[in-house]
Design a protein around this ligand. Sequence first.
Ligand code: FES
Ligand code: MG
Length: 592
Amino acid sequence: MTDRTSLKTPLRSRAWFDNPSNPDMTALYLERYLNFGLSQDELQSGKPIIGIAQTGSDLSPCNRHHLELAKRVREGIREAGGIAIEFPVHPIQETGKRPTASLDRNLAYLGLVELLYGYPLDGVVLTIGCDKTTPACLMAAATVNIPAIALSVGPMLNGWFRGERTGSGTIVWKAREMMAAGEIDYPGFVKLVASSAPSTGYCNTMGTASTMNSLAEALGMQLPGSAAIPAPYRDRQEISYLTGKRIVDMVHEDLKPTDILTKDAFVNAIRVNSAIGGSTNAPIHLNALARHVGVELSIDDWQTYGEEIPLLVNLQPAGEYLGEDYYHAGGVPAVVNQLMEQGLIAENALTVNGRTIGENCRGAVIEDENVIRTFDNPLKPHAGFRVLKGNLFSSAIMKLSVISPKFRKTYLENPADPMAFEGKAIVFDGPEDYHHRIDDPALQIDERSVLFMRGAGPIGYPGGAEVVNMRAPDYLIKRGITELPCIGDGRQSGTSGSPSILNASPEAAAGGGLALLRTGDRVRIDLGRGTADILISAEELAERRKALEAEGGYHFPAHQTPWQEIQRGIVSQFETGMVLQPAVTYQRLAQG
Ligand code: FES
Ligand code: MG
């Protein structure tokens, strides 16, 4: 145990529990923390008080195993000479929350900022996992800037059905197509989907959860090698204990999020995101985190640093394998080492264990080259995001690694115009409109149509809906055409393998060009040049804008809850992280 006199800075918890200049308040603060068994001696011993920000609950099954893991975290904290105080974080369950879990990322963030700032905590263990829980926790720790370490709950075990791996989320898209094609019925659909979730933990595919947990490690916020450990494995218990031990030392060392979350750390994370085939939600969350910690990061940085990186991790949806395989193959350190050998990692970026990412990952071997490829034998040569711009939006992204050979052949291999295609726009206003009309023959959707989803951004569908990946109408699927280009101002599940153009900013509800689009318009997408445009004259576009403004702008559904209204009034667009704009001005709160 470190002697209190060796602390770099006085513990902030002493202002509550051991403040001789304010005995009345000290007594008041002390008494309720005594009433469940902590002693005055402990609370005034100079031991760091370590929060365990608990994201698990019955409402949030992906993170629920943290209720168990927290016991090992506590043992680690206690052993290293700290005192653990566990408290709940507003639950976020990706698959359970209506209208969308991403509505709650900023709500959980706000709540956690208040807890970390307003209570006697010297450091915190962030229990991360399901999609939005990871960014919410990291963003709050970044704003308050007390020593913080993340602990992933880990992915579920691999799902299996009739001898084949079934990946969470990804199987839903496949099962939906099978049901539309009449290959399975509804009970068969449910059985197939449920097979993908065989244990506690988060999605076993490289969806947003595996992505964000890998990136939390690549950023330096988790112990090396910890992100990929499956939730039920004994190693997960062990890393929980080690995480608890380590946070106490981090408090003694005064190692804070601002020391770790530097521009270098973000660039490392962007590169790792490409190599793992990471989710299209990652730019939203990392751009938000960067803004909260005060690092300049733009949507263009994702293309600049990430586009040329090859796809190394062979996980669904871009590849074949699942979470257990990823762990056995070496997880994040093996991926980082591959990039590091090419000089693509800023090796001096500091991590939570007090060492650099270079020291942590140098020499980390790939244990199974089917699952993690070497840099010179990748699954795909370029796995990053292409950033598109034009009169439809100022930015949108496309994940290059999920473009299928069939899609490439149909849309991108016209020798006269490689990487570009034109088509007829079919426009849907929100997911309900799409569900009602997609199979309507009157729309006359054919293989040269481009499906548009608008009204699905941070304002239009509060939080932004994961709805841009739209299936083709039944009548085309029956003819073997399953994939049409999809474009929209919403998001897409990280578990979807659809090559959609997503996260368009500004969204229709914020006056973006998508609001001016009409079904039947010709649109041109040029992936080579990075452009996306409606093919109409500037005059016609100006006319349409005038008409839209006369109608009071793009209409979106009414607020259903107070939070929806509050967030809609102050939220930024996807390209800047969908942050609460006033919150970005509050930084390093614990430093006063
Ligand atoms: Fe929670 Fe995928 S739904 S991690
Ligand atoms: Mg999702």
